[in-house]
Design a protein around this ligand. Structure first.
Ligand code: PGA
Ligand code: ZN
Length: 424
């Protein structure tokens, strides 16, 4: 049973404060979890409670969320069984009492939810992926490695937020990481040779002053080939334009490129990119408020390209259900802090899988050394993870955890590779 619940403020990868929670059980088992934070957030995300006191942390302090964990939440969950994840999460939701977790803060609630899972795993002396996933958990995810950053994650003119590589043809997860690292370093040399900056953005990808998606895709495709891999066959390309970020007044405003595209023109442009480059998956191709655009693009390219909803679903099971019913995409991005409890995130994955959709486990642009999502990818068997570039320890920590899990699983480990993708 839960003995103590303790929260503190720690710093995330952007140097902003975030909540870390320790849960200790009566048998002495410890579970510790740190909460991530997004920059390009969806409108329907659970509410991250920030103090708003401009004199401290530029208003981003989490003192109130920490106090809620140490006070009200600790008092109400003490004595509960950490292994009863659904019961605990339901109690947290009821205690908060709002539909968006805005009273206690989704950052407070999620920290407790994840720390409880890890404490329960520790009590059983099981790794988290085994505790949550049972004996069947053996699938290592296809990583989507974000090697060019733009949008809200970098200070360059690139309108699209993320350009990723996915080693679809690797034999193992460890090999996928090696392939990704080789392409990352090849890209660095290519960018340097072309006179570009090789500084990195929030997710560890390069942030060169490129203006168009084509320029970025050309650099990435060339780096894949120059590193000795066949674009599309060995390594596929993935994009997250994060389209909600530049959809204004019904128009997609490409400020960096200096072009405005109507929803149809934007969809046309994306369809052309999907045809011209070895792109296997696109996340948030259309804005969260442009459901017509989403349906149009899904009808057009959904059979040959995975279309993953991030902002449009915010990891909410009900929103994914609507999307499945109305033909909005064919895949869901899963960010635990968008919904605020582990049970709700797992329910969203289950709903996607039941409908033949895929689910992609994901980090946030603000991360910590916490590697919980690596275990969640294996526990759910979702077969895909998006957790940044081959630089910055907040990103590589997740890859390293998956390397360890693959080693631990030994002969029973299977690398998802291309088979995990929808329509590719
Ligand atoms: P965020 O970005 O964590 O800043 O929201 C990641 C994404 O859009 O997928
Ligand atoms: Zn996204």
């Amino acid at each position: 049973a839960i003995k103590t619940v303790t929260a503190r403020t720690v710093v995330d990868s952007r140097g902003n404060p975030t909540v870390e929670v320790d849960i200790v059980l009566t048998d002495g088992s410890l579970g510790r979890a740190a909460v991530p934070s997004g920059a390009s957030t969806g409108a329907r995300e659970a509410v991250e409670l920030r103090d708003g006191d401009r004199s401290r942390w530029h208003g981003k302090g989490v003192d109130r969320a920490v106090a809620h964990v140490n006070g009200e939440i600790a008092a109400s969950v003490r004595g509960r069984e950490a292994a009863d994840q659904e019961g605990l999460d339901a109690a947290l939701i009821a205690l908060d009492g709002t539909p968006t977790k805005s009273r206690l803060g989704a950052n407070a609630v999620l920290g407790v939810s994840l720390a409880a899972a890890k404490a329960a795993a520790a009590a059983r002396r099981l790794p988290l992926y085994r505790h949550l996933g049972g004996a069947a958990a053996h699938l290592l995810p296809l990583p989507m490695m974000n090697i060019v950053n733009g949008g809200a994650h970098a200070d360059n003119p690139l309108d699209y937020q993320e350009f990723m590589i996915a080693p679809v043809g690797a034999a193992t997860f460890a090999e996928a990481v090696r392939m990704g690292s080789e392409v990352f370093h090849t890209l660095r040399r290519d960018l340097l040779a072309a006179g570009h900056s090789t500084g990195v953005g929030d997710e560890g990808g390069f942030a060169p002053a490129l203006r168009t998606a084509e320029e970025a895709l050309d650099f990435v495709t060339a780096a894949v080939a120059r590193a000795g891999y066949r674009p599309g066959t060995d390594i596929g390309l993935v994009m997250d334009p994060a389209s909600s970020e530049f959809f204004r007044d019904g128009v997609y405003d490409y400020a960096g490129e200096g072009v405005r595209r109507t929803p149809s023109e934007h969809a046309d442009y994306l369809a052309r990119l999907i045809d011209a480059y070895p792109i296997v998956s696109v996340e948030d191709p259309m804005a969260e408020d442009d459901l017509d655009g989403w349906r149009e693009l899904t009808a057009r390219v959904g059979e040959r390209c995975q279309l993953t909803g991030d902002d449009v679903f915010c990891t909410h099971q009900a929103l994914v259900r609507d999307g499945i019913r109305t033909g909005v995409g064919n895949s869901v991005l899963v960010k635990v802090n968008q919904v605020g409890t582990l049970s709700e995130a797992l329910a969203t994955v289950a709903t996607a899988h039941e409908a033949g959709w895929t689910a992609v486990m994901s980090h946030r642009s603000g991360e910590t050394e916490d590697t919980t999502i690596a275990d969640l990818a294996v526990a759910t068997g979702c077969g895909q993870i998006k957790t940044g570039s081959l630089s910055r320890s907040d990103r590589t920590a997740k890859y390293n955890q998956l390397i360890r899990i693959e080693e631990e699983l030994g002969n029973s480990a299977r690398y998802a590779g291309r088979s995990a993708l929808r329509g590719a």
